[in-house]
Design a protein around this ligand. Structure first.
Ligand SMILES: [Zn+2]
Length: 309
């Protein structure tokens, strides 16, 4: 099993003010973890910067231009209360999207079995025309549209197990029957969307909200009863993962009680499903995860599973 890992030092140049949970150390913790001997066979590549034509797969060009122009020459600019741009933010965000697209190219082309993109800022809160929740460009949405436009994928499934609901991804695909968006998330919690009743115009939005305090058994049950059967029935040509690890019990921003083993289990379940429908094609992208130990242990369990360990 060949697994691709995409990253780029520009991910460290998206600076946030002291005390902000979405910080460069997240990437350093992941890279340190993946230096362990058992990850030596990962194929490692630098995430390329997405061209504007790629970013506009999910966002209007005027939005992309506005984000580019909003970046400060020094210091910070607040886009909202907790979404901040520094001079390096645009390149970091564009390389996150570029990494996701490169991963899709290599997985769809059969060069690697699956891929994990370990970049920041995250993407799933970014709506078509609104940056929010630490996110600027919706990497999962861009990756899905790229797989359809360049590789002939007819149906793409996005599973999002970040502890927060991916309002941005839901917004982008609300009226699109060719993309299934399925999410588990704590509710009530930021951003407030993700109720069971939010199903999209074509019933291709699947929300499985969890309660504060829920642990791995309830998470696994939600996947087995509400999420995986829907992805199975959708028969995807590619599976994308919005892989946030802030549902880990150690995470400071939420109150679910998952362990790293739960993320490994979920990854294996998805791989079985992808084997049946799309030659195992999975592209996973980092979203949240703000406790450095919880994050790095969860990424390790996720990548271990992707590598077939
Ligand atoms: Zn999150």
């Amino acid at each position: 099993m060949t697994t691709l890992f995409l990253c780029h030092p520009a991910a460290l140049d998206h600076q946030t003010p002291f005390g902000h949970p979405e910080r460069p150390d997240r990437i350093r913790a992941i890279e340190r973890t993946l230096e362990q001997e058992r990850f030596a066979t990962l194929v490692r590549e630098a995430a390329p910067e997405a061209h504007v034509d790629t970013l506009t797969l999910a966002h209007p060009e005027a939005y992309v231009t506005a984000i580019r122009e909003a970046a400060p020459r020094q210091g910070w600019v607040h886009i909202d209360a907790d979404t901040v741009m520094s001079p390096g933010t645009f390149e970091a965000a564009a390389r996150g999207a570029g990494g996701a697209v490169q991963a899709v190219d290599e997985v769809m082309g059969g060069k690697v079995a699956n891929a994990f993109v370990g970049m920041r800022p995250p993407g799933h809160h970014a709506e078509r025309t609104r940056a929010m929740g630490f996110c600027f460009f919706n990497n999962a949405a861009i990756a899905a549209r790229h797989a359809q436009a360049r590789h002939g994928a007819e149906r793409v499934a996005i599973i999002d197990w970040d502890v927060h609901h991916g309002n941005g991804t839901q917004d982008i695909f609300w009226r699109d029957p060719s993309v299934l968006y399925a999410s588990t998330h704590e509710m009530p919690l930021y951003p407030g969307t993700g109720a069971l009743s939010e199903r999209g115009d074509f019933d291709t939005i699947v929300n499985a909200p969890l309660n504060s305090g829920d642990g791995g058994d309830i998470f696994r049950e939600a996947l087995e009863t509400a999420i995986l059967p829907r992805i199975e029935a959708f028969r995807p040509d590619l599976v994308l993962v919005s892989a946030g690890f802030d549902a880990h019990w150690r995470d400071p921003l939420a109150s679910l009680n998952l362990t790293e083993a739960d993320f490994g289990w979920a990854t294996r379940k998805l791989m079985d499903l992808a084997d049946r429908h799309c030659q195992g094609r999975i592209v996973s992208m980092l979203e949240g995860g703000y406790d450095l130990d919880g994050l790095s242990q969860s990424v390790a369990a996720h990548v271990d599973a992707l590598m077939g360990h």
